[in-house]
Design a protein around this ligand. Structure first.
Ligand SMILES: [Zn+2]
Length: 159
């Protein structure tokens, strides 16, 4: 069995799907506000009967927004964070790179992604990928994945 080879993307491949209108830069203020709105909206659908700590997350990938909320389970270790569900939605949608992240958690203080989610995000983000996390009250922190997870472990470490 021979290993699969991926065709190298050429200039023609990059121009095959022209956009109808230029998308806002993924980390622009307008784009981050749109992403935050998606996180706020999906937070309302969280399944968090045990923690009563609903979380919404949204990621921008390939010009699209994918959202996820936390989904808890009576068997607590099976709970899944909002960020990981948003990443899963993006990957299922065909994305392989994430350009920006927004998370809404907590009523007073903005809660950042947990350590596990930082690692999952690092699989698909760059160190300078913008991450905005906010509280329901509106407090917010704007940072990057590299600041949240310096010296991230990645595929390159498996050599
Ligand atoms: Zn998490």
């Amino acid at each position: 069995m021979s290993p699969r080879k991926r065709p190298a993307p050429g200039p023609a491949a990059a121009s095959e799907t022209p956009r109808r209108r230029p998308a806002a830069r993924p980390g622009s203020a307008a784009a981050m506000e749109e992403l935050l709105r998606a996180a706020i909206d999906v937070r309302d659908r969280a399944h968090a009967p045990y923690s009563r700590f609903p979380v919404g997350a949204a990621v921008r990938a390939g010009g699209r927004i994918y959202a996820g909320c936390n989904v808890e389970n009576a068997s607590f270790p099976l709970c899944v964070c909002a960020e990981r569900n948003a990443v899963a939605a993006a990957i299922a949608g065909g994305a392989r790179r994430i350009d920006a992240v927004a998370v809404v958690a907590g009523s007073a203080n903005a809660g950042p992604p947990c350590g596990g989610c930082r690692q999952v995000l690092a699989e698909f983000c760059d160190a300078d990928t913008p991450v905005l996390y906010a509280s329901a009250r509106g407090d917010r922190v704007e940072t990057t994945l590299g600041e949240l997870l310096p010296h991230a472990f990645g595929g390159g470490n498996l050599d």
